[in-house]
Design a binder for this molecule. Structure first.
Ligand SMILES: [Zn+2]
Length: 98
């Protein structure tokens, strides 16, 4: 990245979590750059928090869906186990008659 004022290459200093530096920021990360040539300081805010929230919401919904499907599978298994149990009883009854 070039300096807006003197066109020299700016130097990256560090990335910070805005939770630690600017808690009110709408962004998640602030990158700090400075120009050694004219001593200009740049702070670049990126990763809008809304996008992150949407992503987290998507993860949560997917997770909930999987939990529901897992519950359905478990209920199906329980039903099948009961049916197997009934069939085994019938088989035993038939066998005892012979
Ligand atoms: Zn400069």
């Amino acid at each position: 990245m070039k300096c807006f004022y003197c066109n020299a290459e700016v130097r990256w200093n560090n990335d910070y979590d805005t939770e630690d530096t600017y808690p009110d920021s709408e962004h998640t990360i602030v990158s700090m750059y400075n120009c050694d040539e004219c001593d200009t300081w740049y702070e670049v805010f990126h990763q809008k928090k809304n996008n992150l929230n949407r992503f987290e919401e998507f993860i949560k919904q997917t997770n909930d869906k999987h939990q529901r499907e897992l519950k359905e599978v478990k209920e199906d298994n329980k039903r099948l186990a009961l049916q197997i149990n009934d069939l085994e009883k019938k088989i035993r009854r038939i066998q005892s008659k012979h």
